[in-house]
Write a protein of this length. Sequence first.
Length: 165
Amino acid sequence: MNWRLLKILIVSAIGINIVIAPHSALADWTHPMSFSNAELSRRDFSGQILQACEFSNANMELTNFSDADLRGAVMSASVMTKANLHRANLSNALVDQVNLTGADLSDAILKEALLLRATFKDINIDGADFTDAVLDGAQVKELCSKASGVNSQTGVQTRDSLGCR
């Protein structure tokens, strides 16, 4: 059984259920903050709570997200070259078509994140936790070639979280 495929199907089914038959609990839900099409280069978001925020088509080159809470955030078709994501929590985030070249993801938590078509060239992932993250085979191979360290918050080894051999 391909668990990653199953996870994607379950997440998709839940999303469709919410769109088609929204639950009354969602009636009071407010939309998260959106930074779509924003120029955010060199901005400082360190330590901020940015849960479920949207960063689509945004320029976040050299932006500081260290220690930020980005759980459930959506980052799509954006530039994050040389961004600082040290100790950021990106659990359950969607990172799709994002250029992370030269970014610092050291000690970051990416549990159950969907990392689709992201670019990881020259990235620092020392101590990052990718437990149950969805990556394609080429991404895993690339990340395993540089994976080392143990996440200080979860205690998980980076290589183990990626399933490196």
